[in-house]
Design a protein around this ligand. Sequence first.
Ligand SMILES: Nc1nc2c(c(=O)[nH]1)N[C@H]1C(S)=C(S)[C@@H](COP(=O)(O)O)O[C@H]1N2
Ligand SMILES: [Mo]
Length: 201
Amino acid sequence: MISRGFFGRRRPADVEKRLPPGQYLVRDFPVLSAGPTPHTPLDRWSFTIEGRVRSPVTWNWEAFSALPTQAFTVDISCVTKWTKLDMKWFGVSIDTLLEHAEVEPEGKYVMAFSDGGYTTNVPLAELINGQAFIAYQFEDKLLSPEHGGPARLVVPHLYFWKSAKWVRGLRFAARDEPGFWESLGYHMHGDPWKEERYSGD
Ligand SMILES: Nc1nc2c(c(=O)[nH]1)N[C@H]1C(S)=C(S)[C@@H](COP(=O)(O)O)O[C@H]1N2
Ligand SMILES: [Mo]
């Protein structure tokens, strides 16, 4: 018997249903970075929750990698129109992180910040209840530097620019401020199913 492979097992109609409007399927994993790939050694890496929280929390790598992990199998859509199905990540759910930080009632908006200066904004409501996580493993390997290792935010239900690579923390605020791409004309929210690509979409 000949193996039909990963995509052969699913009927095209099922695949079609999982493709947001204007997207096409890819099987490879493209790399898209606005600048050079940072290489922060693990002994100098940390992850911080700050801003509108009762008291800021910082984990070093040892503490962060000791947090409970989960597997997440998700479909990802990039605003450049590729969609990749069934991407298997491992990491720490944002819900788990927030068990360690008390967000103030005003802290409804989050700015993710990264090594190299990249930022992206996501409302808190879109990060909780299992919707988003900090990934440090992709498939069977530690996350490679070009894909955001040591760790990246993954918000699978929004366009992939919201999934900040080399993420170092989340800053809580009372107002929704634009991050890097958002201040260059990309959408503040970025829902692929609504084609929220650019401001005004
Ligand atoms: N820190 C950082 N995160 C980033 C980016 C970036 O340039 N810097 N690019 C974003 C964009 S536009 C996309 S599509 C994805 C690409 O992730 P990948 O290179 O793993 O495919 O990362 C997002 N996260
Ligand atoms: Mo992107």
